[in-house]
Design a protein around this ligand. Sequence first.
Ligand SMILES: Cc1cc2nc3c(=O)[nH]c(=O)nc-3n(C[C@H](O)[C@H](O)[C@H](O)COP(=O)(O)OP(=O)(O)OC[C@H]3O[C@@H](n4cnc5c(N)ncnc54)[C@H](O)[C@@H]3O)c2cc1C
Length: 427
Amino acid sequence: MSKIAHCPSYYAASANAAPARPALQGSVAADVCIVGAGYTGLSAGIALAEAGYKVVVLEQAQVGWGASGRNGGQIVHSYSRDIDVIESHFGRAVAEPLGRMMFEGAQVLRGRVTKYGIQCDLKDGGVYAAMTTKKVHQLAEHQALWEQWGHKDLSLITDKSEMRKLVNSERYAGLLVDKTGGHFHPLNLALGEAAALERNGGVIHEHSAVTRIDRGATAVVHTAQGQVRARFVIVACNAYIGELEPKLAGMSMPCGTQVIATEPLGALARELIPSDYCVEDNNFLLDYFRLSGDQRLLYGGGVIYGARDPAHVESIIRPKMLKTFPQLKDVKIDFGWTGNFLLTLSRLPEVGKLSDNIYYSQGCSGHGVTFTHLIGRLLGEAIRGDAERFGAFARLPHYPFPGGRYFRVPFTALGAFWYEMRDRMGI
Ligand SMILES: Cc1cc2nc3c(=O)[nH]c(=O)nc-3n(C[C@H](O)[C@H](O)[C@H](O)COP(=O)(O)OP(=O)(O)OC[C@H]3O[C@@H](n4cnc5c(N)ncnc54)[C@H](O)[C@@H]3O)c2cc1C
């Protein structure tokens, strides 16, 4: 069987060394079988292996091959729809427990990096950037909301010279600084988490695509050359689930977003982002960027509904980068790649069970770095018998996309176009 390699990203080119993890052969038993070695699967696996469970992870490609090894590497708190939207749609009782957890994912992530000494260029500090006065008001509302929920370490800056000390671009009318945000090398985080799981006795089989999951008190998870018999299964395949569980695929839509990496910029790098914080703007279709450990600018943005792989990533993202930093017009782009995140209609994660002992979590809708770390912990709690916090997410309704598999792409693109127009008008 041919092996699926990492996409040609800057992250793959600068990945830490990792052991070969052979494909599953034959029949093995486990307490928990996890399908997918992204942050969701690895985070849950660590939580369970630390608690003494025998964990086997099956990954169709390699650790971190999906969004977890390709993303912007930005630590963003809360959920893709913020807690005020959750409260207004579903009421205070539903929002309350989620609000109490909205900053916990970043703690899980940082805790793992510290505990296991993961080398992933982790740096503190993030910035949300607004391009118009109206958008600055939205940042102020954002600050007030997070403060209500206990996050007191935010500051809103509108003075131009102060802003330039953080992000040296003419583009912005205001910056909301979050010292508890941050950024890191995403693939190296995934590889470090895989090693942490293995240190706790977990086993990871790469190149082991799951083809079928048989339900039952002991579930049987099949690959081409083997099976895992397990008391519990976690499906953590997100945007790359394909045909494995049609119910999960039907409630969500894979979307592509693209990233480029410049050549190393030397001293120019800190002229662009003197703070070395990560940055994302607060447009509906947002741009996100930061410096890498070796002083490249990593710049991402754009959304392709339905997740086709574009042929020329650089031609899509470079113009966005030059709007923010025109001084980079002669700089060479060394890497360009695409990755898929999973959009849900509500833009809230979909969490639940397919049967008594088969769990799933998917659909962070673009902001999944912290949520995947949180939900890994909550999946661990649920399987160990305390499903209260997991249940707080599982209670959120899941909606099918209008238009089904054929028309969900144009319908969603049409909706997004409306928001994009509003952003262009600065409202
Ligand atoms: C380009 C990009 C930039 C992003 N930037 C940010 C950011 O800066 N901050 C942020 O918060 N979020 C960001 N996100 C979102 C974030 O990366 C994701 O929400 C998160 O990584 C999802 O993790 P996951 O483990 O659920 O899924 P994934 O990391 O996609 O992992 C799923 C895994 O399941 C495996 N799999 C699928 N089917 C099977 C099968 N049948 N058998 C075995 N294995 C299977 C896949 O190979 C894959 O490795 C970004 C996403 C992308 C694509």
